[in-house]
Design a protein around this ligand. Structure first.
Ligand code: NAD
Ligand code: UDX
Length: 475
């Protein structure tokens, strides 16, 4: 049996990538393990400066308090990546892995450029260092199956002197609830090589999580199972949303109510009630990217039927976003040209400022194509960020007054895209009076009291509620 090189008793951790995953996950490790030094690094100086300030680079409820508790004690944010790698035994890699924009697999496969650069940097630092103690590289980013294996080969080839083990430890946090998800995860996955050194590395990392996660929820497995579990967990979640959204279309056609149908389905304990909320479509940086990646992998392994099956989840989501935009236009007498439409919410879900793949992009672009005048309000998204998503040219027809009532005043229609709690308690009577008539509401999140709004005089359109809606051809 090969000799196992022991890992040091005193654990030191660093993380490459101080984004939505790296920042919160490391902050929580630092909280529960005050004796472990945790350094979070990024190439982006502005991002690190923000982590070191009172104004954190991401909006996540509860995050600031936990950062304040540990920052400067055992939690550090730095751009000195080489020093952090040298100083640490466990090196998390939580860099972005977007969908490839060009070359083989463009539009589907994951772009691993950042991951590979990080891996090569780790190898180079280890090569140059006199300290030859073993290191554990932890794949935190969501990556295709066999990435860890490929990275281990890249590193082994460029760094012969240090024992480097690569583990897969995918992250399941959802934005907006990240702190709670990290405090009480359903499970933590740690995959690694099933060799004596691999098993020792798995155990070393598991011991960190076991400080606050019950042992039976820290699952260990081989590398490929861990990698595939992450992609398929996201695919299953997104599939539920596309399934209920497909039902929402049928509800509108038949006069059924999707909320009632979802409830009836979800009380079956075999199905469960979560992720059955019909909406304008799912967004976020993960679902679409990870499913496209899964589709690409299936095709690469010669499984076109499996690829097609999962691809349908994305097609259904695109259909739902388009359907919503079309419904706005067709209900407003087939023209929105020159009409003011208030867009309530731009983030991909509530309690985050993240706009990556938000359905608001598709809805706004479709309305702008029809020459509507948009007034966008989101409590956490700046005009600058909206401009990044819609493009400078499109902003000619977009105003962002920064006040929800100002966005609604004089509008012909309100379109709710994000389910921010604040939208539930607006004074809709006052808003109605300030609007052009007939005043429309398109509730893309089914979150308002529609009967009450109708009593006020609004023409209400919702996702998946058929009975009170006039016949509209949304084909
Ligand atoms: P992000 O874009 O917010 O952050 C990634 C950061 O990595 C950026 O700040 C970037 O500057 C930095 N970076 C890139 N290359 C680097 C390098 N070589 N060294 C140091 N820093 C580098 O991305 P994110 O949302 O945190 O996602 C990271 C990974 O986690 C992705 O693979 C994603 O799929 C996965 N994931 C994301 C979520 C989520 O909710 N956002 C949840 C689970 C998993
Ligand atoms: C997701 C996964 O939930 C998480 O485990 C993974 O680590 C990252 O990807 P996230 O994208 O942050 O998390 O948020 P999530 O709560 O999953 O919502 C994704 C999208 O689906 C949002 O646009 C949300 O509004 C939408 N959604 C969610 C619905 O439309 N209906 C639902 O019932 C649930």
């Amino acid at each position: 049996m090969p000799e196992v090189q022991p890992y040091p008793e005193r654990v030191k951790i660093c993380c490459l990538g101080a984004g939505y995953v790296g920042g919160p996950t490391m902050t929580v490790i630092a909280k529960f393990c005050p004796d472990i030094k945790v350094t979070v690094c990024d190439l982006n100086e502005k991002r690190i400066a923000a982590w070191n300030s009172d104004s954190l680079p991401i909006y996540e409820p509860g995050l600031k308090e936990v950062v304040d508790e540990s920052r400067g004690r055992n939690l550090f944010f730095s751009t000195d990546i080489d020093a952090a790698i040298r100083d640490s035994t466990i090196i998390f890699v939580s860099v972005n892995t977007p969908t490839k924009k060009s070359g083989v697999g463009a539009g589907e496969a994951a772009d691993l450029t950042y991951w590979e650069l990080a891996a090569r940097q780790i190898a180079a630092v280890c090569n140059a260092s006199d300290d030859k103690s073993p290191k554990i590289i932890v794949e935190k980013s969501t990556v295709p199956v066999k990435t860890a294996d490929a990275m281990a080969q890249v590193m082994a080839a460029s760094c012969l002197s240090t024992n480097l083990q690569v583990l897969s430890n995918p992250e399941f946090l959802a934005e907006g609830t990240a702190m709670d998800d990290l405090f009480r995860p359903d499970r933590v996955l740690v995959g690694g090589a099933q060799t004596p050194q691999g098993l020792a590395a798995i155990d070393y990392l598991c011991k960190v999580y076991r400080r606050w996660v019950p042992t039976e929820q820290v699952l260990t497995m081989n590398l490929w199972s861990a990698e595939l579990s992450k992609l398929t967990a996201n695919a299953f979640l997104a599939q539920r949303i596309s399934s209920i959204n497909s039902v929402s279309s049928l509800c509108e056609a038949t006069g059924a109510n999707v909320a009632e149908v979802a409830h009836a389905i979800g009380v079956d304990t075999r199905i469960g009630p979560k992720f059955l909320k019909a909406s304008v479509g799912f967004g976020g940086s993960c679902f679409q990217k990870d499913i496209l990646n899964l589709v690409y992998i299936c095709r690469s392994f010669g499984l076109p039927e499996v690829a097609q099956y999962w691809h349908q989840v994305i097609l259904m989501n695109d259909h739902q976003k388009n359907r919503f935009a079309k419904k706005i236009v067709s209900s407003m007498f087939n023209t929105v040209s020159g009409k003011k439409i208030a867009i309530l919410g731009f983030a991909f879900k509530k309690d985050t400022g993240d706009t990556r793949e938000t359905p608001a992009i598709d809805v706004c672009k479709a309305l702008l194509q029809e020459r509507a005048q948009l007034s966008i309000f989101d409590p956490e998204v700046s005009r600058e960020q909206i401009t990044v998503e819609l493009g400078q040219e499109e902003m000619e027809l977009v105003e962002t007054p920064g006040d929800v009532n100002a966005s609604c005043a004089g509008a012909h229609a309100l379109a709710i895209i994000t389910e921010w709690d604040v939208f539930k308690s607006l004074d809709y009577q006052r808003i109605y009076e300030s609007m052009s008539k007939p005043a429309f509401i398109f509730d893309g999140r089914n979150m308002l009291d529609h009967d009450k709004l109708e009593e006020m005089g609004f023409k209400v359109f919702t996702i998946g509620k058929g009975k009170k809606q006039p016949d509209i051809d949304d084909s």
